[in-house]
Design a binder for this molecule. Structure first.
Ligand SMILES: Cc1cc2nc3c(=O)[nH]c(=O)nc-3n(C[C@H](O)[C@H](O)[C@H](O)COP(=O)(O)OP(=O)(O)OC[C@H]3O[C@@H](n4cnc5c(N)ncnc54)[C@H](O)[C@@H]3O)c2cc1C
Length: 497
C-alpha cells in the first residue's frame, strides 16, 4: 500500500486535469499538483476576441446540454448559460429532432440558391447519417464515407428520379458540402477514415447544443477559483514518466521535467492529448507502455479541425442566417477530399457559421484534415487572400473584403498536435478501454495505480468532447479515492509536493 497521504501529480491543465485535481482536493487529498507545459489553463478550451466579439479557438459547444451532462450542470450552477439553454424544451430535444439551422446557400458560379431548393440534399444527408446506426449498416461498408456515398447513389437514383439533371447534379454537389462539414465534426481528413461500426460508439446526449455567452474559458476560471492558486506549475513540460522504478524510495513514480527537475510521486494522472501521445509515447514513458495500449494509441485517429474567423464590414448573408453552405458545382461525386491541396486547400471549407449575437459581422469557416494542416503553415496574409478570393467566387461580388481574420492552429500546437480523436477504421470500444487502463496492468504485482490516464481520448462513449474529458478526470480521481477509501487521506494540509 502506498503512503496514506499520497503525492499525486497531474500532467496537463485542460478540463480533465482540472476536474481530477478538484475532485481529489474536495475529497481531502492535499498533495495534488498539476504540471502544465504552457503558461495557460484550459488546454483545448481557449477563448479569444476578434475586435470586441468573443470567439472560441477550441471548443465552442456544450454537446447535449441536459441533466445527464455534468458539464451542463456545472455551467448552469455557475450561472454561465443563457436562459434559452436552460429551458426544458432545449434539454429534451434529440439530436435528430434539432430545429434546422437557418441556411443561406451559395454556388461556385456566384449565385445565391434558394434554401427550399436545397432541402432535399439536407434531408437526404440527415437520413443517411441517421442510418449509420448499427441496426441499419451495410456490412460491406467499412467506413462512414463509403456508406454515405454508396447509399446516396442508390437512394437518390430513386428519390430524385423526377428531378431534372441540373438540379440532381447540384443536390449531389450539396452532399459533398455536407460530407466535408461532417469531417470537421470528427476531425478527420475524410469520412472514408471513420469506422462505420465504431461511429455509433459515440453516444449523443439530449439537448440542443449551446454555447457560453462569456466564452468557454469562463467555465475554466470558475473551476480554477475553487483550487489553491499555487496548485498548478506552468511552463513545466514533462519529458518522461519513470514508473515501476525504485528511484525515489517509497514512491514508485518519478516525473522528469524538461528542465531536468525530477519529482517523486505515488501516482501520476496523464492527461496529455492523444496527438501528443502518438508523437512522444516512446520518450514519455520509461519503461515503455504495454503493447496493447500502444497499439490502441496508434490505431485511434487524432485529426485536425480548425476554424477561420472572418470579419466583414457588412453582412452579405441574410439577417436571420445561421449557417452558409458553399456548393462547388463540380463535386457531384460526393467527395470530401481535395485533389491538389496546395492549390485548392480552401475547397475544404464548405460551411461558414454565423457568430451571434454580434454587432460586428463575423463568420466562422470550418476546415479539417490535411487541408487544415496545410492552411496552418501559410502566412496570415495568404490565408486572407485565399478567403477573399473564395468569398468572391461564391458571392459573385468582388467588392467584398474581409476586415480581419483569426485562425486556430491546433495541428501546429506542440502540446496538442491536432484537435481531437475519432474511431478510425479498425477501431472499437476496446481501444478506448485500453487507453484508460492504468499502469501497471491488471495481474502485475507491483505497486498499483502508478500511472493513470484521463483526457478526452480515454472516454468510452463521449470521446472528443469536453464533457467526456471532464468525466475522465473525475473517473481517475475516483479511482484513487476508492483505492484510499479505507485510509483517511487528510494529512497536513499545508504540506506541498
Ligand atoms: C477546434 C476544436 C473545436 C472543439 N469543439 C468542441 C465543442 O464544440 N464541444 C466539445 O465538447 N468539445 C470540443 N472540442 C474538444 C474539446 O476541446 C476537448 O475534447 C477537451 O477540451 C480536451 O480536454 P483534455 O483535458 O482531454 O485535453 P487538453 O485540453 O488538451 O489538456 C491537455 C493539457 O496537457 C498539456 N500538455 C501536453 N503535453 C504536456 C507535457 N508534456 N507536459 C505538461 N503538460 C502537457 C497541454 O498543454 C494541455 O493544456 C474541440 C476541440 C478543438 C481543438
Amino acid at each position: 500500500m502506498a503512503a496514506k497521504d499520497p503525492k499525486i501529480l497531474i500532467i496537463g491543465c485542460g478540463i480533465s486535469g482540472i476536474s481530477a485535481a478538484l475532485r481529489l482536493f474536495k475529497a481531502g487529498f492535499r498533495h495534488v499538483r498539476i504540471l502544465e507545459a504552457t503558461e495557460n489553463t484550459g488546454g483545448r478550451i481557449k477563448t479569444a476576441k476578434l475586435g470586441n466579439t468573443i470567439t472560441e479557438i477550441g471548443a465552442t459547444y456544450i454537446h447535449g446540454p441536459s441533466e445527464e451532462n455534468p458539464l451542463f450542470c456545472l455551467a448552469r450552477d455557475y450561472g454561465l448559460l443563457d436562459p434559452q439553454a436552460l429551458t426544458p424544451e432545449n434539454q429534451t430535444m434529440d439530436v435528430y429532432e434539432y430545429p434546422p439551422w437557418v441556411g443561406n446557400w451559395f454556388s461556385s458560379s456566384g449565385q445565391k440558391l434558394s434554401a427550399e431548393s436545397m432541402d432535399p440534399a439536407l434531408e437526404m444527408f440527415l437520413e443517411l447519417m441517421y442510418d449509420t446506426n448499427p441496426s441499419e449498416i451495410d456490412k460491406e461498408c467499412a467506413s462512414v464515407g463509403h456508406f454515405i456515398r454508396s447509399q446516396a447513389q442508390l437512394r437518390t437514383a430513386e428519390k430524385w428520379k423526377d428531378k431534372d439533371e441540373t438540379t440532381r447534379q447540384l443536390l449531389l454537389c450539396a452532399l459533398s458540402t455536407m460530407l466535408k462539414f461532417e469531417c470537421c465534426a470528427s476531425a478527420t481528413p475524410s469520412m472514408d477514415e471513420i469506422d462505420l461500426a465504431g461511429f455509433s460508439v459515440y453516444k449523443d446526449l439530449k439537448g440542443v447544443d449551446c454555447t457560453f455567452p462569456s466564452g468557454y474559458e469562463s467555465l475554466i476560471q470558475n473551476l480554477m477559483s475553487e483550487l489553491p492558486a499555487d496548485l498548478v506549475t506552468y511552463n513545466c513540460p514533462v519529458r518522461c514518466v519513470h514508473w515501476n522504478g525504485k528511484e525515489s524510495g517509497e514512491n514508485t513514480v518519478t516525473v522528469e521535467c524538461a528542465d531536468g527537475k525530477r519529482i517523486a510521486a505515488d501516482h501520476v494522472i496523464v492527461t496529455v492529448p492523444l496527438g501528443y501521445l502518438k508523437k512522444h509515447h516512446s520518450t514519455l514513458f520509461c519503461p515503455p507502455l504495454p503493447a496493447h495500449k500502444l497499439h490502441s494509441i496508434q490505431k485511434i485517429g487524432f485529426g485536425t479541425t480548425d476554424k477561420i474567423y472572418v470579419e466583414f464590414e457588412s453582412p452579405w448573408w441574410d439577417a436571420d442566417c445561421e449557417v452558409i453552405y458553399l456548393v462547388w458545382k463540380d463535386e457531384e461525386d460526393i467527395s470530401d477530399r481535395v485533389s491538389d491541396i496546395s492549390k485548392s486547400w480552401i475547397r475544404k471549407i464548405s460551411v461558414f457559421t454565423v457568430i451571434k449575437p454580434s454587432e460586428s459581422h463575423i463568420l466562422c469557416g470550418w476546415i479539417s484534415g490535411h487541408e487544415a494542416e496545410y492552411m496552418e503553415r501559410l502566412p496570415e496574409h495568404e490565408v486572407r487572400r485565399s478567403i477573399t478570393e473564395f468569398v468572391h467566387t461564391f458571392t459573385g461580388n468582388s467588392a467584398i473584403t474581409p476586415k480581419r481574420i483569426l485562425c486556430s492552429r491546433w495541428f501546429s500546437d506542440p502540446w496538442t498536435c491536432g484537435s481531437y480523436c475519432h474511431l478510425a477504421i479498425g477501431c472499437s470500444a476496446q481501444d478506448l478501454e485500453n487507453m484508460m487502463e492504468p499502469l501497471p496492468a491488471k495481474g502485475d504485482k507491483s505497486q498499483p495505480l502508478q500511472v493513470l490516464f484521463a483526457g478526452e481520448a480515454t472516454h468510452p462513449c463521449y470521446y472528443s468532447s469536453v464533457h467526456g474529458a471532464l468525466l475522465t478526470g473525475w473517473r481517475e480521481a475516483d479511482r484513487l479515492i476508492t483505492h484510499y477509501s479505507s485510509v483517511s487521506p487528510c494529512g497536513d494540509s499545508n504540506q506541498k509536493l
